[in-house]
Design a protein around this ligand. Structure first.
Ligand SMILES: Nc1ncnc2c1ncn2[C@@H]1O[C@H](COP(=O)(O)OP(=O)(O)OP(=O)(O)O)[C@@H](O)[C@H]1O
Length: 317
């Protein structure tokens, strides 16, 4: 049994009249990895941004997020984020090429983080930066310090991002689709690198992923989101071996296996945020829909070892 590092309760985000996240709750243990999965627009990146305090001024954020000894991340003012963001919570973005500053060398971007956050002197920061680049598998790390981002491949740029994110030994790392800009052969290497590095440091990690197969292989827990609501959440083995929510079942059926005969793509699409039903947001596409689903939102309840929000769940497989 791990102790809890992050506990999110009732996270709700409005952008104007649109309720982008609706009462999202989940927990993450210390040293655990968690995957946020769901179709594009489900609100995965918004969860990460809200928990990193990056939505201020853009959206109305309600709910609570207890993080270690911080009573509520969602209530922090910008000044209170100093010493937390980049230090105890860090982020790896989708596209390292866009996230790294093209005007500064890899070395100067890494050492500036180390000097600012850890107050290291110039020589110590340089030595630690080289060690970090070595630890993320960058060949010839000392020489790479003077490279500009455009002189590196996409995979190498993402390794640098991992080094920067882990520079201050954060307790929690967000990896927002960290491999979506990379070739498929490099993707698995980068996911493995992030997992190895976070495990080695005893950190927790929240992966934002589209890929259910990758989530099941790499993460301890999984949160399945649909149009801003949690449909099902729990240990990834339990949820994916025996999905009880029709939406999780649908996602699972979309994982393509070599050798299967025909593709059977799901029908319909995620509803627009301007036109949402009062009840379950998946109701219009659900094969097990009941009349009450459109009008009454199912509560997230403990069912068979996971949290489930469904009036008419699948039977055990
Ligand atoms: N800056 C923004 N301004 C207005 N709406 C936004 C903004 N960012 C996101 N949204 C909206 O919020 C909803 C959730 O978006 P979000 O990016 O969190 O989803 P996601 O699940 O991460 O999608 P993807 O997998 O495509 O990255 C979408 O309807 C999106 O259009």
């Amino acid at each position: 049994m791990t102790d809890t590092l992050l506990s999110v309760t009732g996270l709700t985000v409005h952008r104007g009249p649109r309720r982008i996240l609706d009462d999202v709750s989940f927990t993450l243990g210390r040293g655990e990895t968690l995957a946020l999965v769901g179709e594009s627009g489900a609100g995965k990146s918004t969860i990460a941004a809200a928990l990193m305090g990056l939505l201020a001024g853009q959206a109305k954020v309600d709910g609570a997020a207890v993080f270690d000894d911080v009573p509520d991340l969602l209530a922090l003012r910008e000044k209170a984020w100093t010493g937390l963001r980049g230090r105890r919570l860090a982020m790896i973005f989708q596209d390292a090429g866009a996230a790294l500053n093209p005007c500064y060398t890899v070395g100067s971007q890494l050492t500036s983080v180390l000097r600012r956050q850890l107050s290291l002197g110039r020589a110590d920061a340089r030595a630690k930066a080289i060690a970090l680049l070595e630890s993320v598998g960058l060949n010839d790390a000392a020489a790479r310090m003077s490279s500009y981002p455009h002189q590196l491949s996409g995979g190498m740029q993402q390794r640098v991002m991992v080094a920067i994110a882990l520079a201050c030994d954060p307790d929690l790392l967000f990896a927002d689709e960290p491999t979506s800009a990379l070739d498929v052969t490099i993707q698995a290497q980068i996911v493995q690198l992030i997992l190895d590095q976070t495990r080695q440091k005893g950190a927790s990690c929240i992966f934002v992923l589209h890929d259910l197969a990758l989530a099941s292989q790499s993460c301890d827990r999984i949160v399945v989101l649909y149009a801003g609501q949690v449909m099902e959440a729990g240990p990834s083995g339990t949820v994916l071996r025996d999905p009880r929510h029709p939406y999780t079942q649908l996602l699972k059926s979309c994982v393509i296996e070599i050798g299967t005969a025909d593709l059977d793509p799901p029908q319909g699409s995620v509803p627009g945020y301007d036109d949402l039903p009062a009840g379950c947001r998946f109701a219009s596409r659900c094969p097990r829909v009941l009349p009450r689903c459109a009008t009454q939102r199912p509560p997230l309840e403990k069912v068979a070892g996971r949290d489930l929000a469904c009036w008419n769940p699948e039977e055990a497989e």
